[in-house]
Design a protein around this ligand. Structure first.
Ligand SMILES: [Zn+2]
Length: 492
């Protein structure tokens, strides 16, 4: 089965296949590590995670490179304000970034490359650009890309740049969205700023050159796919193409995937609107990492996601249903054999699931058949009609679902505990939801002990004590569910 994915460069759905017939070589722009990541950033990383997992599920190997921008205007400004070297400043946010990715179960790319560790390669690319007549040095020692040297500029963003001013320059990493200018490849050192002594002078790289350099370093001059948020199409990705193709005269990336922005409560996320959330903010409010993952991936990547707390609650209950269903299947005992209806239902769900994923990663459509199967399976169990062979077939479908969605295995309590440690260390305990603090007062062992005591109390017909324990646990956010197989508990 082949994945079809919208390609920003061609403006159409293209088949995504490795050009070497084996391993899909992909590059995705990583974070600038100057602060904690917000949910808009994570939506992009999660959708790229969905892509790589879907590729692997359909039998394609991936070689995925992600850069870490550990030097740029904002980092220099913030580390100077904090009075610490940039390396010390960025180390803290890099660590936080990977903790957040792990909490969201984003698979680690095969290669993670830091900008500051590839300065010689960037300098070499700038030298090649200069030799090709596509780069020049300005009076202050900075190097610029000469847009006039690349007539195809604008082919990715489809912007009409005919009115662009020859020789007009811009030296900030991000510039206005509607004007094209010669952009900085290398910024001459300013007093007090971090800089490197190199054959093209003392200075530091611009943002765009790092992605061209590191993509080609690890994937070759021409590779299969480049991904990022839609805000990077122009100018960042347009500039990457210009820098790379001006020296190689080869197609830089054949396929470009861009993830759409999200809205929060129907509005653009911003600190001034009060709807700006980091992952950590949401964990401290008591939302589970798995629910945040599901909410951020359930709307297909090319659609605008409107992120709401209702959406998180919906995701929480969807995950709960999946987990309970899997538990019923694995813990129940079923008669040997198969029922034709359930076998057919499992086969249909699997086929529809894969077909939706391979159609431009339609995660919303991919979810639907899994929940149809869940309903049919629960009914069959209730009616005593589910056979052991059906259970195995359904578990295989759930495994395939979780190979991409990865929300069924429950690691939420541990992640929440880490978030609370962070709150404690960074003086944010005041932001923690009270019921979360109460629940964390009880370790899993303590809950187990209370649940066992309650079971014992019920056996001895001491219902007052049994109820008292149930209420105590409920106050601390722990719910007990009685079933014929005994009592189970979970944290709300
Ligand atoms: Zn980039």
């Amino acid at each position: 089965m082949t994945l079809r994915l919208f390609n920003t460069l061609t403006g159409q759905m293209d088949e995504l296949v490795p050009s070497d017939g084996e391993t899909l070589r992909m590059y995705a722009c990583g974070p600038t590590i100057y602060d904690y990541g917000h949910i808009g950033n994570f939506r992009t990383f999660l959708q790229v995670d969905v892509l790589r997992r879907a590729l692997k599920l359909t039998g394609t190997k991936v070689r995925h490179v992600m850069n870490i921008t550990d030097v740029d205007d904002k980092i220099i400004r913030n580390s100077t304000a904090a009075g610490i070297p940039i390396g010390e400043y960025t180390a803290r946010y890099e660590k936080a970034f990977f903790e957040d990715l792990e909490a969201l179960r984003v698979e680690r790319p095969e290669i993670i490359s830091r900008a500051t560790e590839h300065i010689p390669q960037m300098v070499e690319l700038i030298q090649r650009l200069a030799a090709a007549g596509a780069a020049y040095q300005a009076e202050d020692g900075s190097w610029y890309f000469r847009l006039a040297a690349f007539p195809e500029y604008g082919k990715l963003s489809k912007k009409d740049l005919s009115g662009m001013e020859d020789g007009a320059r811009v030296d900030v990493d991000e510039y206005e969205k509607d004007s094209a200018r010669d952009f900085a490849l290398w910024k001459a050192a300013k007093p007090g700023e971090t800089s490197w002594d190199t054959p093209i002078g003392r200075g530091r790289p611009g943002w765009h050159i790092e992605c061209s350099t590191m993509a080609m370093e690890y994937l070759g001059e021409s590779f299969d796919l480049h991904a990022g948020g839609e805000d990077l199409i122009f100018p960042h990705h347009e500039n990457e193409i210009a820098q790379s193709e001006s020296v190689t005269h080869k197609t830089f990336a054949r396929h470009w995937m861009h993830v759409r922005f999200l809205l929060v409560d129907g509005k653009k996320m911003s600190k001034s609107e009060g709807n700006f959330y980091t992952l950590r903010d949401l964990l401290l409010k008591g939302y589970k990492a798995s629910a945040i993952r599901l909410a951020l991936i359930s709307v297909p990547y090319r659609h605008q996601l409107n992120f709401t707390f209702d959406g998180l609650i919906e995701a929480t209950s969807a995950i709960e249903r999946l987990r309970t269903f899997k538990q019923r299947l694995t813990e129940g005992s079923f008669a040997a054999g198969e029922s034709p209806a359930m076998q057919e239902a499992a086969k249909k769900a699997q086929a529809e699931y894969l077909s939706a994923l391979s159609n431009d990663l339609n995660t919303a459509e991919a979810r639907a058949p899994i929940f149809d199967l869940l309903r049919a399976g629960n009914t069959a169990i209730d009616q005593g009609e589910l056979k052991a062979g059906d259970r195995d077939a359904i578990l295989a479908v759930l495994a395939s679902f979780d190979a991409v969605f990865d929300v069924i295995e429950d690691r939420d309590a541990e992640i929440t505990r880490h978030a609370l440690e962070y709150a404690e260390q960074s003086g944010r305990l005041g932001d923690v939801a009270p019921e979360l603090l109460a629940a964390q007062g009880l370790t899993d062992e303590a809950v187990e002990a209370l649940v066992a005591e309650r079971t014992q109390a019920k056996k001895q017909r001491n219902f007052a004590r049994a109820d008292q324990i149930r209420n105590e646990l409920a106050e601390k956010g722990v719910v007990i569910e009685d079933s014929k197989d005994g009592a189970r508990w979970k944290r709300k």
